[in-house]
Design a protein. Structure first.
Length: 457
């Protein structure tokens, strides 16, 4: 099993990897399909299903779909150009993607939120259609946004491409047990094995530069969040809090009056800064999703700024270790809130961050696996119930608490020798079963939990 670090950590835009980035990626793939088709395409239509319909407005799914059909992609997204494109589309009822003629597309008519039909492959489904001059459908594709910005067609999902192992790698572990056994036999750390796998699919230089870019985007996102204030979009009138909290913490430094638990506020504020940026539609890194994007960077920033001996040179070790754990969770369970609740998003992120922190603080592979298990275990059963479908409440604070749990889990594991009762594999399987049994109203549909018990305005 191989999932690249660049699949677990992808540069994109907020507020959601599955509901914003995924539909934009799906639309881009559909445009490629049209470019290769022999048909004379005249217009486009799109329908959103399941969770993409129920929380689509709050997650800007409609906006992302329109922009995707206009040729925008998450990696090169430009906010000002996007706003201009949306205004032009609203006026002309046409999209003009590169390599295709101008295509008729009126978002008010041709983009449908279908609340009645849930597509069979995944909770996040969408159908894109191309029409001829008479309005007849001449090409159609079903796409599933399966979490973390990953997109599969109906045929790819049915063929098991989400679990496709690809070309052989030096250390092909599919479970935590296999990972530990390979580490024991090879004498390598989890990060070293992951690095060898990555290099076998690419080159060492591109890996080094790519990982550095991931951290740069994460750090820039934290810094923007710590210096921005105002009200987040969407109608809940949620105020940004990270800047104010950070200003208070900075003012208290050196006063020798802070309580020891104030360190938790530092962890939280770094995570909240990222997720406020995400909620505002800013540039973030999926880690492994947008909704959980604050946990991993917050723990890295905490380690760099507050832990003696921390060095930037070991950030690749942190991210590679975290990616290895995230890959196990995705392969054996899910990182999608629409599929398994928030345990699959913030829970997975906390496990990844705990593993990464444990590794850079000298943990053995057994201690790293223990750290990941502790963090994930204490997120089991967590629902995904965003108020008004927005990635704001409870999502922003939840990332802060996920970071705190990650640090606690790493610390606890380092106090032991890696021996523990519940294996990480058992915890991941428990999460999968729990997500399967969880009521749909608690899986990113905003039909239950806080979403219905808190006023939406």
């Amino acid at each position: 099993m191989f999932l690249s670090v660049f699949e677990m950590f992808k540069v994109g835009i907020g507020p959601s990897s599955s509901h914003t980035m995924g539909p934009m990626v799906a639309a881009a793939r559909f445009l490629d399909k049209l470019r290769a088709a022999p048909f004379a395409v005249h217009g486009l239509r799109a329908s959103l299903h399941g969770s993409l319909a129920f929380t689509g407005v709050g997650h800007a799914t409609d906006r992302a779909t329109v922009l995707g059909l206009a040729g925008f992609v998450p990696e090169t997204y430009d906010h000002e150009k996007a706003e201009a494109a949306l205004a032009e589309i609203a006026k002309t009822h046409r999209v003009t993607p590169d390599g295709l003629p101008a295509l008729q597309f009126d978002p008010s008519r041709d983009l449908v939120f279908d609340y009645d039909e849930t597509l069979p492959g995944h909770a996040n489904g969408m159908i894109l259609r191309a029409t001829d001059a008479q309005g007849d459908v001449i090409l159609q594709e079903v796409y599933y946004s399966v979490g973390g910005g990953f997109v599969l067609t109906e045929a790819e999902l049915a063929a098991g491409k989400d679990t496709d192992e690809g070309a052989p790698v030096p250390h092909p572990f599919k479970s935590a047990a296999e990972m530990l056994e390979m580490a024991k036999k090879s004498g390598r750390s989890i990060a070293d094995m992951k690095r060898a796998n990555e290099v076998s699919r690419g080159c060492a230089d591109s890996l080094e530069k790519g990982v550095a870019q991931i951290w740069q985007v994460m750090e820039d996102c934290i810094d923007r969040g710590l210096t921005s204030d105002g009200v987040l979009p969407g109608g809940l009138n949620v105020k940004r809090r990270a800047k104010n909290i950070h200003d208070q913490l900075q003012a208290e430094r050196g006063m020798n009056q802070s309580a020891p638990h104030t360190i938790n506020d530092w962890m939280s504020v770094y995570a909240m800064a990222v997720n406020e940026e995400n909620a505002a539609g800013g540039q973030v890194v999926t880690a492994p999703t947008n909704g959980a994007a604050g946990v991993v960077p917050a723990v890295i920033r905490y380690w760099l700024d507050h832990v003696p001996g921390a060095t930037r040179a070991r950030i690749p070790e942190f991210l590679l270790t975290a990616a290895a754990i995230g890959g196990l969770v995705k392969y054996n369970a899910s990182i999608s809130g629409a599929e398994a609740g928030c345990q699959a998003e913030v829970g997975s992120a906390s496990a990844m961050a705990a593993a990464g922190l444990c590794a850079v603080m000298g943990g053995t592979p057994e201690q790293v696996e223990n750290a990941a298990e502790i963090a994930l275990e204490h997120h089991l059963g967590m629902t995904c119930d965003p108020v008004k479908g927005l990635v704001q409440v409870p999502c922003i604070e939840r990332n802060g608490l996920g970071a705190i749990k990650a640090v606690s889990a790493a610390s606890l594991s380092l106090r032991g020798d890696g021996t523990h009762l519940v294996p990480l594999d058992a915890c991941i399987e428990t999460m999968r079963q729990t997500g399967h049994d969880m009521s749909e109203k608690y899986k990113e549909t905003s039909l239950g939990g806080l979403a219905v018990n808190v006023p939406n305005c």
